[in-house]
Every structure is written in C-alpha cells, then in structure tokens.
Design a protein around this ligand. Sequence first.
Ligand SMILES: NC(=O)c1ccc[n+]([C@@H]2O[C@H](COP(=O)([O-])OP(=O)(O)OC[C@H]3O[C@@H](n4cnc5c(N)ncnc54)[C@H](O)[C@@H]3O)[C@@H](O)[C@H]2O)c1
Ligand SMILES: O=c1ccn([C@@H]2O[C@H](COP(=O)(O)OP(=O)(O)O[C@H]3O[C@H](CO)[C@@H](O)[C@H](O)[C@H]3O)[C@@H](O)[C@H]2O)c(=O)[nH]1
Length: 448
Amino acid sequence: MKIAVFGLGYVGLVTATSLSEVGHQVIGYDADTDKLESLRNSEVPFYEPGLADLVSKNIDQGNLHFVDHIDWAIADSDVIFIAVGTPPKEDGSADLKSLYQVVESLGQMLERSITIVVKSTVPVGTNQAIDRALNALLESRGLQVSCDVVSNPEFLREGNALHDVFNPDRIVIGATSRQAFDTMRRLYAPFHFTCPLLEMEPASAELSKYAANAFLASRISFMNELSRLAETVGADINQVSTALGTDPRIGHHFLHAGIGYGGSCFPKDILSLRNMFWEHRIESPLTNAIQQVNSEQRHRFAKTIIEHLADAIDNSTIALWGLTFKPNTDDMRDAPSLEISQLLQKAGANVRLYDPVLNSAIKDRFPTDSQLEFVDDMYEAVHGADALVLVTEWTTFAEPDFTKVMQLMRTPNVFDGRNFWDPDFVRSQGFTYYGVGRPEIRFNQKGG
Ligand SMILES: NC(=O)c1ccc[n+]([C@@H]2O[C@H](COP(=O)([O-])OP(=O)(O)OC[C@H]3O[C@@H](n4cnc5c(N)ncnc54)[C@H](O)[C@@H]3O)[C@@H](O)[C@H]2O)c1
Ligand SMILES: O=c1ccn([C@@H]2O[C@H](COP(=O)(O)OP(=O)(O)O[C@H]3O[C@H](CO)[C@@H](O)[C@H](O)[C@H]3O)[C@@H](O)[C@H]2O)c(=O)[nH]1
C-alpha cells in the first residue's frame, strides 16, 4: 500500500520505517525541514538503537522517501498517518495544535476519499472531532468525498522501539466503518499474525492508550509508595517486588521502585487523563495519586542525599551517572536527572554529569551554570567526588569497577536511584550505600 506519515518524531519515524520494511511504499513529511534534510541523508535526529540502519536500508531500497511538500506526500497515498506531538498544555490537557494544523492542510488539499489514521495519543473524542472537521472542510470545497478517520494508538517504548513495533502485543483499531477496519487489517497484515488486532469504537481505542499508560504508571507509583514503608519497617522493596510479581496474576513488569517515571508519555498522559476526568466532572483520586507519588519520589531521593551529606554538601562534588529518562534513548523529556541535579545544586553541591550518549540533545536541556559540569568518562565524573548518584540504569553501569571508583572518590557515598546494584556487594567494597526502599538505608542512617 502507499502510505504517508505526517510527523517524524519517535513514533512517526518508527511507524514509517517499519511499514516500509514490510513492503509498503512510505512517504514521510514533517514540518521541520532540517529534520527532513537529515533523514534524506539517513541521519536520524535522535538516538534509538537500530533505527538509523533500518532507515538507511529502506531509503536505499526505494521504499522510504522524505518530502517537504504536503501535496507530494498525499498525492498517491491510500492511507495517511498522523503522528505529530500532543504535548501537555499548562493546565495538563493535551495540546492538539499540531494535529489540527495537519487536519486543516488535509482538508484544503485532499481531492479524494482516503483513510486518515491518528497515531498520536489524543483525548477521547478527538478522532470524532477530527472526522467532523475534516469532512466539513472537504464539503465546504464542494467535494463529494468522505474520509474515514481511524484511531490507532501506539504502544512502543523508547529504546525498544523496533522490537516493540515488529512484535506488538496487540494492534488497536478504532473505526466506524467496515471498510476502514478492512483497510487497517490489510495494512497491518504482515504484523498481526502473532498478535490480536482489536476492533473497537474510536473512543474505546483512544481510552485504551491512556488506560495502558496510567495502569503501568500506577504500578510504579504503588511500588514507590510502598518503598517508603519498606524503608521504615526494615523490608527490602526489591524482595517484595519479586514476591509480588511471581504471582502470575500480577507479573514482574513495572514493579521497580526507584526515583519514579519520566519521559514524554507517562507524565503527560496521566495529566491528560486527569484532565479528562475533570472535564467530565468525575473524581479521580487514583490518577491524582499516581502523579503525586511520582513527583514526590525525586524530591525524597534528593533530600536523602542532601541530608546525608549535611553540612558537607556545600561545595561538595556529586557525580550523576545516567541523565536520560531511561536507558537506550537520548530523550530528556521529564528526565528525573534535570530536577535532581537542580535540587543538589540549590543545596550547594557542584554536579558532574555523565551519560553514555552525551550529545547536544542531552546537554542543551541543562542550564548553563558554573556548578554543572559535563564529563565524557564515567570514572572522570567520580574523581574527587563526595557522592555517586545512579540516576539511569544504562547497562554500562551494571558492573562498574568499584575498586577504581573507591580510589577516585573523596568520600565513598553511593546513592542508587534505581536499586540497580547489590547493596551487600557495594558495601563490601567500602562504600556507604543508599537505595530506595531498602532496609540498610535505615540502618546506615542510624549508624551514620
Ligand atoms: N515517544 C513515544 O515513545 C511515544 C509512544 C507512543 C505514543 N506516542 C505519542 O505519539 C505522538 C508523537 O510522539 P513523539 O514522541 O513521536 O513526538 P515528537 O515530538 O518526537 O515528534 C513530533 C513530530 O511532529 C512534527 N510536527 C509538528 N507539527 C507538524 C505538522 N503540522 N506537520 C508535520 N509534522 C509536524 C515535529 O516537527 C516532530 O518532528 C504523541 O501523541 C505521543 O504521545 C509517543
Ligand atoms: O518498573 C518500572 C518501569 C519503568 N519505570 C520508569 O518509567 C518510565 C517509562 O518507562 P517505559 O515505559 O519503559 O518507557 P516509555 O518509552 O516512556 O514507554 C511508555 O510510554 C509510551 C508512550 O505512550 C508507551 O507507548 C509505552 O507502552 C510505555 O511503556 C521510565 O522513566 C522508567 O525509568 C520505573 O520507574 N519502574
């Protein structure tokens, strides 16, 4: 099939590339002409393992093209995907400005009936509103055409995008006509033989996306809240998590306590869901709590560091390992490192920042400040440091040379924001170790 994809961020580019990889002819369009230029040269403007190679391969095979004219993108297409961003507005609701810019352009340019697929995460009712707006625009131009608008939310994870998109757990299609469902079945035929393709009303498809993210986030916040009790009563949240997840009705995923979730999705989608409840005048204590626990978690962690260093925090040096919101990405949207480094600086510390992908996308998100220093080597970060803080659990940090770290640090304090390391081992190397919701924290605090 011939497919156009509007918006070539994470989701748009992964969608375009995966569809071209399975044999569709795909044309990508983005409002950002620099991005288009980079993509034409097979340069992917963000870090996602394996994606640049796949983009390059499909460009070379002639299945994937990038154009800077909307009419070229839509000329022969059977299906148009919209994958533009829907960031949060100040009140927490989703900003649909980019989405409606695309709808407006399509309404002015389309000459024939076509299937429009909304991949962006949008509040319930948006697909129906787009359907009305688009078809009204077409009608106002005197055209006898009608476009199907289909909701097809995306569930991929950053850092695992290619695996997720080629091995989906389910494909959710929200449509209002049999023809639209059939078009989507043909389009996804190469993917869905191993997973269900779920047909439903657009409203249910839209809500499914928010439900999935809020549910996963609620598991994280539940574990983080529980970690506070664990810390106080002398339990280890990692052991509790293992015991909990072993029940097949619960499972092990998304039960890791730590400094909480970040990224471009959970924080914004929880806010947007909360806003939907609010708009419909329905109380939602759960969504409020998910968000509240999460934002407290970073502060509590920073407070632990500050309280431990006490007066010595002034002019101390603290090393942060891992800056992105999760491993295998350079995405800094709502990354806990931004807030934690700011809180440490405010308390008087000098902060050294290291990440395995220390590119400008990461550096530019931090304020220019003499108390902040980027370093290119993880061991250089701990040189003369008074604390090592593990913020993001990249595999590079899985088994560091703790002997070397011990030799380099001024004061051997380790704060493990992801419960990534074995406390007994780290302590056996002579460090003072703090995790999240681990009993030794209490012991150490008592013991000094
Ligand atoms: N990032 C993820 O992992 C992920 C996963 C699932 C769903 N989603 C959802 O998918 C959507 C896109 O997310 P993202 O992270 O890929 O966004 P992004 O911000 O990385 O990319 C959005 C792209 O849209 C382009 N754009 C903006 N206005 C445009 C216009 N009028 N015409 C054409 N292009 C335009 C921007 O230049 C940008 O390249 C969001 O709704 C998000 O919630 C994201
Ligand atoms: O047990 C856990 C699991 C994750 N996290 C944190 O949660 C955040 C989100 O992680 P993850 O879900 O792996 O990454 P995303 O790329 O944000 O993916 C989520 O958001 C996407 C955008 O909507 C969805 O498509 C995915 O299904 C959904 O997992 C990160 O900060 C993680 O560190 C935890 O703190 N504890």
